[in-house]
Design a protein around this ligand. Structure first.
Ligand SMILES: C[S@@+](CC[C@H](N)C(=O)[O-])C[C@H]1O[C@@H](n2cnc3c(N)ncnc32)[C@H](O)[C@@H]1O
Length: 876
């Protein structure tokens, strides 16, 4: 060891290693002595110290530092120690008499106040061997210590926590007044070393050499240890039987003379033996070989289970062992053996106690397991809720969602957890009960306890149903709540985002114009729908659906007056009753269609034109048309079934029932019923052309006859086209509208064409510039006209010669034409560099010029800045 030891191993370079380096100690172990001394203060008062096993000299350095000047410090080690001021060192083996002589010669008549021992045998051998050598080394150091220590002196030694430890401590305590074991902080936790500080040396006149004889000290220990081990193994035998799950490995090897792994005993030994439990713990098999034992096989208690158990004891569990012991007791009773002997009682008692303890343990374990599971479940749920929340926050940060979504998810999470929330089921139930709505009256005094129990069961069942109903109601409530919140959110967005309307409009236009605008033409619409029966019918169907869902909001007049948010809310809540009002809806739809086009704001221009044709002028009874149309609509759309045709008919004849259902434009992007949309689409396309690559691609494909109109229409029947939208929340529909749409392929040519269009648009002058130019032109014309008028006046003047007149007219015309002339450019030349300080025209400058100081530019800019700042200040 010593200086040969490398200090590069992992963990070596800890803080004490660095501190030792910093403070010039030769070994980090120096801090162990510092800390020990800090605790026991033995160095300061010491005049003579012997350090056994001192290399490389860390402890010697500490001793030299903390001990008074002129103290005697002697260091011994197997390896030579580099000189340390005021320290005498020599190389010797502390277990040899030569070392003792050297120390003697060094100290002369002096007695040491402190003997230090930090010895460690050279590593390399097995740990057990090291430990033993360490203990031996400790004992050797103690031998030297007792020889050289003054009365009351201190012996500090390092001991490994091994089986020898207690014996060593016992020996120390025989020789010292105070013996304390301590582990200084600088001693690594992973190290088995511990320091024993023995103070107040008793200095007995005669010390029994056995105290210092390793053979004697550690022999006793090994004897006692083996005795203890035997005790343990005896105990273990019982433990093996009653707690087979906690089997321990056999570390002691096999018994003397027993070299077989397999052991079997006769059943008689087990039945008649005094220690059946120990037997069960040690043997593999119980055999029935003698006549008597074979007879026992016929004993009624010797079941097949018992036989199987006897066959292989090593695989048995606690229950099996208990069964064997019970079988033994029964058999002993049968045999007339003294079954009530103290022995058996004890065994049974032991078994029972163990069983009780085991059962308690089992219950405890089960309880702990359930608790752990519940905790884990809660943790998982919490984590899930947190994840959802985090995700929602992220989505919100990315502007993908509204803040109220978080609340929803939280609520959902709590719903899943069954924790308290505003819709707490338990609370609701309690409230219901209070209101007298309870399904079973548990408080009834007539009901006996048994009835109570059965009622409790049925109540539980009902509770489950209640819970489900309640849950469904709760979910519906939450959805309605969410709808309301979403609407409120949209309102807020509208307020906050000035461009929201533009965006919304653009989105609608986009849908209208780009997806199908290029296909439909107003003239051929009907034809197409008749021929193909596809898109228009689909649109119509959509219209029905939307119309119906819209109408559901308008079931009562008061509802129409309400804002859209609560109406949506109610729509959710009244979802169940939607079917009942289907007939009414169909009626209203038809009523709306047959309303006088002039009086209906929503009726399209196309429809107005259609109805204003002469052919309708002679129609006396519009109701017939209504009925016909209703039938046809019903044929086409099976969804709008009228459950009460009579009532419907009655209402159809009653004009007073005809009320225009206000069609609110609530931003429902799925509403395609608007009749004049085609016109709007065509107008937009005429005005702006096609604006997306998809539309352009479709247009080009049509023009190039790559696709027929029918193909395009057929393409419209895809998974995106006929989704039922009923009952879906508006936020979901909006989201779907944004993302759930067909990915129409685009061509490079279409993109190029669109780009060219955009470039042309970019190249066009902006309105302001064009207006300024026009203004300038107009002013010039006005000026010219004025000049011409004056010139005419000049011509008519009599008292002017012709020459004068010509001169005057030329002057006027020059003035009148001057507006068209460009102002001559004045070049600004900065007076710096070659132009600095020159007089006259600067070199290389032609035409009009003006010389400016470079400072002037800066000053002008500064002036402008100041003015700007002043203006701002005034404004505020
Ligand atoms: C941990 S080191 C001591 C470190 C010392 N306390 C210091 O602070 O520098 C243990 C020392 O014990 C020494 N040693 C082991 N067996 C020895 C023996 N039988 N006699 C003398 N020294 C021995 C080793 O050579 C080694 O240097």
């Amino acid at each position: 060891m010593g200086k040969a030891q490398k200090k590069t191993g992992k963990g070596r370079l800890d803080k004490y290693y660095k501190l030792a380096k910093e403070q010039g100690y030769r070994a980090r172990s120096a801090f162990k002595l510092i800390q020990l001394n800090k605790k026991y203060s033995f160095l300061e008062s010491a005049r003579c110290v012997i350090d056994l096993c001192a290399a490389p000299g860390g402890w010697l350095q500490v001793a030299s530092k903390y001990m008074p000047v002129n103290s005697i410090i002697v260091g011994v080690d197997l390896v030579p120690i580099k000189p340390i001021p005021r320290v005498a060192t020599f190389a010797a083996d502390i277990t040899t008499p030569q070392c003792r002589n050297l120390i003697r010669s060094e100290l002369k008549d002096w007695k040491a106040d402190v003997v230090l021992h930090d010895g460690a045998p050279n590593v390399g051998t097995a740990w057990v061997q090291d430990a033993y050598s360490q203990s031996e080394l400790v004992l050797m150091s103690l031998k030297l210590a007792v020889e050289f220590l003054a009365k009351g002196g201190t012996f500090v030694t390092k001991v490994f926590r091994s089986v020898d430890y207690n014996n060593l401590i016992w020996v120390f305590s025989q020789l010292f007044g105070k013996v304390e074991a301590t582990k200084p902080p600088s001693s690594r936790n992973v190290s088995a070393e511990i320091f024993v500080v023995c103070r107040d040396f008793l200095a007995p006149k005669h010390i029994d050499p056995k105290f210092l004889d390793p053979k004697h000290v550690f022999k006793e220990l090994s004897a006692s240890a083996s005795a203890a081990d035997k005790g343990t193994s005896a105990n273990n035998t019982h433990a093996n039987v009653f707690q087979p799950e906690k089997k321990r490995r056999k570390r002691d090897g096999y018994e003397d003379g027993d070299y077989t792994l397999f052991k079997k005993v006769g059943a008689a030994e087990f039945i008649r033996g005094a220690d059946p439990v120990a037997l069960l713990g040690t043997v593999n098999k119980i055999v029935f070989e003698t006549e008597e034992e074979k007879e026992w096989l016929d004993f009624e208690g010797t079941t097949s289970d018992i036989k199987a158990n006897c066959d292989d004891l090593k695989v048995l569990g606690k229950g099996d062992f208990k069964a064997l012991i019970k079988w033994r007791a029964a058999l002993r009773e049968e045999l007339g053996l003294d079954v009530k002997t103290k022995d058996t009682e004890e065994i049974t008692e032991v078994a029972e106690v163990t069983e009780e303890v085991d059962e308690e343990q089992q219950i405890q374990q089960e309880f702990e397991r359930i608790q752990a599971e519940a905790a884990a479940r809660n943790k998982r749920a919490k984590r899930r809720a947190n994840e959802l929340k985090q995700r929602a926050i992220q989505r919100m940060q990315l502007q993908m969602t509204a803040p109220m979504d978080i609340g929803l998810e939280q609520t959902d999470a709590t719903l899943a957890l069954g924790q308290d929330d505003m819709f707490d089921l338990a609370d609701t139930e309690k409230r219901l009960r209070k209101q007298g709505n309870e399904l079973i009256d548990l408080s009834s005094p007539d009901i006996s306890e048994e009835e109570d129990a059965s009622d409790q069961e049925s109540e539980n069942e009902l509770d489950v149903l209640d819970d489900e109903e309640e849950r469904a109601r709760k979910v519906a409530g939450l959805e309605a709540e969410l709808d309301g919140m979403y609407d409120a959110y949209q309102e807020r967005m509208k307020e906050r985002d000035a461009k929201y309307k533009v965006k919304l409009e653009r989105r609608r236009n986009k849908e209208r114009d780009e997806e199908w605008g290029g296909v439909k033409s107003p003239n051929t619409d009907e034809e197409e729908s008749d021929d193909e029966g596809g898109w228009d019918k689909m649109e119509e169907a959509k219209g029905h659906m939307d119309f119906e869902s819209d109408d559901s909001d308008s079931d009562s007049e008061s509802e129409a007056a309400e804002s859209s948010a609560p109406s949506r809310k109610r729509r959710r809540l009244e979802n169940g009753g939607a079917a009942a009002t289907a007939g009414g809806r169909t009626k209203r739809k038809l009523v709306t269609k047959l309303e006088d086009p002039k009086s209906t704001a929503q009726t399209s221009r196309t429809a107005q034109l259609w109805f204003s044709r002469d052919v309708f002028a002679n129609l006396s009874d519009l109701n017939d048309v209504e009925e016909d149309e209703q039938v046809s609509v019903e044929d086409e759309d099976e969804m709008s079934v009228d459950p009460d045709p009579a009532a419907d008919q009655a209402s159809s004849h009653d004009d007073s029932d005809f009320e225009v259902v206000p069609q609110e434009d609530d931003g429902d992007v799925w509403d395609v019923e608007n009749d004049d949309e085609d016109d709007v689409r065509q107008d937009t396309i005429r005005k702006h052309g096609l604006l997306t690559a998809e539309a352009m691609t479709l247009a080009q494909q049509l023009v190039n006859r790559e696709k027929t109109k029918t193909e395009l229409i057929n393409d419209g029947f895809n998974r995106y086209s006929l989704n039922a939208k009923d009952g879906l929340p508006s936020w979901f529909l909006d989201d779907e509208n944004q993302h759930y749409k067909p990915n129409i392929p685009i061509t490079k040519e279409a993109v190029d064409a669109l780009r060219a269009k955009m470039r042309a648009l970019d190249a066009r002058p902006i309105k302001k510039v064009a207006e300024a130019k026009a203004r300038k032109k107009m002013k010039a014309a006005q000026k010219l006209a004025k000049a011409m008028k004056k010139a005419e006046g000049v011509v008519q003047t009599a008292d002017m010669t012709e020459k004068e007149k010509a001169q005057q007219i030329e002057k006027l015309m020059r003035k009148g034409m001057s507006a068209n002339k460009k102002k001559k450019e004045v070049k600004v030349v900065v007076a710096k560099g070659a132009h600095k300080g020159i007089k006259g025209r600067p070199k290389g400058v032609k035409g009009r010029y003006t010389m400016v100081d470079s400072r002037m530019k800066k000053e002008v800019r500064a002036q402008k800045r100041r003015e700007k700042a002043n203006k701002k200040r005034k404004r505020t």
